[in-house]
Design a protein around this ligand. Structure first.
Ligand SMILES: NCc1[nH]cc(CCC(=O)O)c1CC(=O)O
Length: 305
């Protein structure tokens, strides 16, 4: 009997659910394997300040990464879109399970779709990317900045908002599919790079062969190719920026297709580009870089930084 794997997670309902689902799948690969959850409070959970003022998306991951590096946990499960693109010395993203629904969800009172929301409707989101795309689609809407966990955000529909936009993936993992009034297709709203995907992170020197084998079995090649392209795009665009960037890649018949947009926060301007390439790791990284450079060449750099 080996010791149970210690699995680091944030404490939100979504984090606990997706971490348990992932750990359950990992132990199923190895006879006799077991795990225990270690809940870690991150600055992003404790503070109600706007994320940008806390140091951006990385706040959710930083405490989990410290616990990994300190040897307090053996693996950690992250929402990929919350991870900065820069690698962390000493750590490795060892598995990306098959991606959940990558789309954004409109959750509205009375189940109205985006096109049917009344003129001037109040729509909540905390994401500059979603706000920018909402304003581009429907300049009449009032976009209201919101934060908090999924339950808190959904509750606002009964309170002061006509609708909120959330990731389909989080709602589906929580069994809240019924809250989705409209799943917005990528042609209408492009999700965040990595949206719907998870990352299982371990120390670079991990030597537990059972855990390594379970991680390799969990990894999904098409998901990995897609998110590699999306994150290479983000990394190429990112040089000193936090512009609203949407991206979605998928594999069709062995080819990888990437669609990306950079949108002005006020919704008045946007740049969009698509391309296809090889679904190999090198092909995916090159495709992301290519599409990012094409966007920068169009003038997207004016919306960045
Ligand atoms: N930034 C918060 C966050 N990080 C991951 C998800 C949802 C699940 C996912 O995209 O994998 C969410 C909530 C949301 O955007 O609605």
């Amino acid at each position: 009997m080996t010791a149970p794997w210690r699995v680091g997670t944030r404490g939100s309902a979504l984090a606990l659910t997706q971490t348990k689902q992932t750990a359950d799948r990992l132990v199923r690969h190895r006879d006799g394997a077991a795990y225990e959850l270690v809940t870690i409070r991150t600055e992003g959970d404790v503070s109600t300040a706007p994320l940008a003022s806390l140091g951006g998306t990385g706040v959710f991951a930083a405490a989990l990464r410290q616990a990994l590096l300190a040897g307090e946990v053996d693996l950690a499960v992250h929402s990929l879109k919350d991870l900065p693109t820069a690698p962390t010395p000493g750590l490795r993203l060892a598995a990306h399970p098959r991606r959940e629904d990558p789309r954004d969800a409109l959750c509205s009172r009375d189940g109205l779709r985006l096109a049917d929301l009344p003129h001037g409707a109040r729509v909540g989101t905390g994401s500059p990317r979603r706000a920018a795309q909402l304003r581009a689609l429907r300049p009449d809407l009032t976009v209201v900045a919101i934060r908090g966990n999924v339950g808190t955000r959904l509750a606002r529909i009964e309170q002061d908002l006509d609708a909120v936009v959330l990731a389909c993936a989080g709602l589906r993992r929580l069994g809240l599919d019924d809250a989705i009034s409209e799943a917005l297709p990528p042609a209408v709203m492009l999700g965040a790079p990595g949206q719907g995907a998870l990352a299982v992170e371990v120390r670079e020197d991990l030597s537990d062969q059972d855990l390594l084998a379970a991680l390799a079995a969990l990894d999904d090649a098409d998901t990995r190719a897609s998110i590699t392209a999306e994150r290479a795009l983000l990394a190429t665009l990112e040089a000193g920026c936090s512009a609203p960037v949407g991206a979605y890649a998928e594999v069709h018949d062995g080819r990888l297709h990437l669609d990306a947009a950079v949108v002005a926060v006020d919704g008045t301007d946007q740049y969009r580009s698509q391309a296809s390439g090889n679904a190999t790791p090198e092909g995916a990284a090159a495709l992301g870089k290519l599409v990012a450079e094409e966007l920068l060449g169009q003038g997207a750099d004016q919306l960045i930084g």
